[in-house]
Every structure is written in structure tokens, then in C-alpha cells.
Write a protein that binds this ligand. Structure first.
Ligand code: BEZ
Length: 396
């Protein structure tokens, strides 16, 4: 296939083509990958943890590792009565690294299930592999719309969010608050395109007008000035952005340095101002409003207890990434109590009831996604020289 033909494909199709190439090169066709995954009822189980430990999302991967480990530490290293051996693999920056890493976990390490996956492009590349391998995949971050819902598999479950839902939750609020058209900007890959589409859908349906739309090359953009210049001359009265990790730091800092923060309010999905990104942005992020299903500032006994335990264990505040991984361990805890691998474990996931999470109670919906509350957050000064995502409202 030519590079031009590849570039003109829809993100999901392009990723599927890329993965077909990777599978062909590695000699691993999906049909030869089946395994029952069954182990003795109370024997040890191996769980694969596939998270980025390198690239723009490395900090997110570290938070997920910490969240998963905290749950295990709080439960004597066991899930569902089984001692757990966690095998960690580096997802890297996308499917080129994430797909072979997942294949290794399943084919060589013979894990009973895989948890993790940050990047939507990786998740899109893995959906068919797990469906055919009959090993459960619990997606603990990546929001790719096309791995659940109409394309749901008994073997693929998501404990985090769908891109269209977390971004769509913000549209009507921006219509109410913005004094004119809104500019849309995101990292140019599956998640960025889907976040913008999800936001645009509810925003336009509520009467909003779009001033312009741009996508910056994912993982390669350090200087956002050309994009910020277009925003400045577009006549936009607000901006919606999707960036996460290292890219969120650069974008938000440059937005302020370029003089836009005081003139054009910045909105986004919560990944824009989450955890290590917010700490690095500092006062440049004050006033940014986002939609997300978690904040350290949620004032509930469950969250207070979680924030205290996480802060004590890691000397830093938790993040949505840590909570999603923590909850994934909680889901596995319930399912592994009923079955230890293969189709039986996947079927047990169907019966996992509500999860009493630091984000609030949530359950899997019929699409295999988390049915949950989204919150409107605003960056404000915290204690000392810290900054927090204050919860300023509920979103539906
Ligand atoms: C994604 O690729 O789906 C994603 C990555 C980072 C934060 C949120 C979503």
C-alpha cells in the first residue's frame, strides 16, 4: 500500500491496515493465538499490564502502574483469591510498539488477561487480536469509540471512557458560556479526531458555531505557534482542545505565553490539565475548564480515603489514569473470583456489578463501557504553590 493511500484512510482503517502488516511481519495470525487461559481455581494468575513507559504518554503509564499496584498492595497481592504475577510491557507511543508488546504478553507470557492501553490507535489495533485470541483485554484508558458499542467483543471491556462521550459531555456548557464561535484543535490521531467529533456533535446540536478546526502532528509538535496564530485571527471566542501528557504541557503553556489565555477561554477534556501535566503548566493553566469523570477534589469519603492512601504510597496526588487502573484491578478482583481465564473469565466480566470507585459508583453498560458521571472542572490555585481541578458542576 502506498504512503498516500495509507494517509487518506480513516484512522480506524489505517490502524487495522498497520496491524495487519505487523501481524504478517511477526508471523502471528490471529487464529493461531487461542488459549483457554484456565488455571487452578485458587492458583496464581499472570496479568499483563500494557502501559506506555516511553514517549509523550510515559507519565500516564507510570500513574496507571501506580494505581494498579496500590490496589494489589491493599489486597495482599491477590485478585479474586489468586496471587497475582504482574507482567509489565511498554506500549510506547502507538500501535507500532503497543501491538507487538501485547502479542508477547499473550503468546509468550501466557497471561490470563491484559489491562492498560493508553493510546486509541493502539486500542484499535488490538481489538481483533484479543477477540480472536480469546484473552480478555481491559482497556484502562484509550477512548477509541470503535472498540466497544457496535464493535464490542466478549473479550474487550473498557473501565475508562469513550472519546465521544467524555468530549460530548462538554458541548452544551461551552454553548452557554462562550460569547461566540469556538475553535477546535487536537493531536492528529484517532483520539484527537474522535474527541473533536464528539464535542462538535453536542456543541452544534445545542446551537454552537465553529470558528475553525486544526490538527497538530501527534508526538512531533513542540512549537504550537503556527496553530495559535490561526486561532488568534479566526475570530474565535473560545477554544476546545484535546491534548494529554507532554503535549498538554506544551500546548497550555504556549497558549498563555502567546497571550491567548486572557482573551480566549480554553476548554478541553480533562486530560489537558491532569496530574503531572497540571503541575508542569502551573499558573498558565488557571481558568482552563474541562470535562472528566474524576478529580482529586471530589468531596466523597471514598475519594478522600483513596487520595490519602495514594499520596502516602507515592508522595504525589492521584490522577484519572491511576483511578482507571485501580478500578481495573477492582473489576479483575471480582471476575477472577469466578473464573481464572479464557471465555469463563470474559463471561464473568459480564456479571461484574457496580464498582465503588474514587470517581463515584460506575458499572459496565451494554456497550462494555463505563456508565458514569462526568464533572465540569476548573483549574484553580490549591494550597501553597499547587494547582487543582476544582469540581464546579455535574455534566450529563
Ligand atoms: C487516547 O489515545 O485515547 C487517549 C490518550 C490520552 C488521554 C486520553 C485519551
Amino acid at each position: 500500500m502506498s504512503v498516500r493511500a495509507f494517509r487518506s484512510m480513516r484512522p480506524a482503517a489505517a490502524v487495522a491496515a498497520l496491524v495487519t502488516g505487523i501481524l504478517a511481519l511477526s508471523g502471528c495470525g490471529g487464529s493461531s493465538l487461542s488459549q483457554s487461559g484456565d488455571t487452578q481455581s485458587s492458583g496464581p494468575v499472570k496479568i499483563g499490564l500494557l502501559v506506555p513507559l516511553s514517549g509523550v504518554y510515559a507519565q500516564l503509564g507510570q500513574d496507571m502502574r501506580d494505581g494498579f499496584k496500590l490496589y494489589l498492595d491493599q489486597h495482599g497481592g491477590k485478585l479474586g483469591g489468586h496471587t497475582v504475577d504482574v507482567v509489565t510491557a511498554d506500549e510506547g507511543e502507538g500501535p507500532q510498539t503497543g501491538v507487538p508488546a501485547a502479542q508477547k504478553l499473550v503468546n509468550q507470557d501466557h497471561v490470563s488477561a491484559v489491562a492498560g492501553v493508553v493510546n486509541s490507535a493502539t486500542a484499535l489495533g488490538l481489538r481483533d487480536f484479543f477477540d480472536e485470541s480469546k484473552v480478555p483485554l481491559l482497556v484502562a484508558n484509550a477512548g477509541a469509540d470503535d472498540i466497544t458499542g457496535a464493535r464490542k467483543s466478549l473479550y474487550v471491556w473498557r473501565t475508562s471512557f469513550a472519546n465521544g462521550k467524555v468530549a460530548g459531555a462538554l458541548g452544551p456548557t461551552v454553548v452557554k458560556e462562550a460569547s461566540g464561535p469556538v475553535y477546535l484543535i487536537a493531536a492528529d490521531y484517532a483520539a484527537g479526531r474522535e474527541m473533536v467529533a464528539g464535542f462538535r456533535k453536542t456543541f452544534v446540536a445545542a446551537g454552537g458555531k465553529v470558528a475553525g478546526e486544526e490538527y497538530s502532528p501527534f508526538g512531533k509538535t513542540q512549537d504550537y505557534q503556527p496553530f495559535l496564530s490561526k486561532i488568534r485571527t479566526s475570530g474565535a471566542k473560545a477554544v476546545f482542545a484535546f491534548y494529554a501528557g507532554a503535549e498538554a504541557v506544551s500546548f497550555v503553556k504556549q497558549y498563555q505565553q502567546f497571550g491567548l489565555a486572557d482573551r480566549i477561554p480554553l476548554y478541553g477534556t480533562g486530560f489537558l490539565t491532569e496530574g503531572g501535566a497540571l503541575a508542569a503548566q502551573g499558573k498558565a493553566a488557571v481558568g482552563v475548564k474541562t470535562s472528566l469523570h474524576y478529580s482529586t477534589e471530589l468531596n466523597t469519603p471514598r475519594n478522600t480515603e483513596f487520595v490519602a492512601a495514594y499520596s502516602k504510597a507515592y508522595s504525589k496526588s492521584p490522577t484519572v489514569y491511576a483511578v482507571q487502573a485501580y478500578d481495573t484491578a477492582a473489576v479483575l478482583d471480582k471476575a477472577l473470583a469466578k473464573a481464572s481465564g479464557g471465555e469463563k473469565l470474559a463471561t464473568a466480566l459480564t456479571g461484574v456489578g457496580p464498582i465503588d470507585s474514587p470517581r463515584g459508583r460506575w458499572s459496565f453498560d451494554a456497550d462494555h463501557d463505563a456508565q458514569q458521571q462526568y464533572y465540569l472542572r476548573e483549574v484553580r490555585a490549591g494550597s501553597g504553590d499547587t494547582f487543582v481541578n476544582a469540581v464546579v458542576g455535574d455534566l450529563s
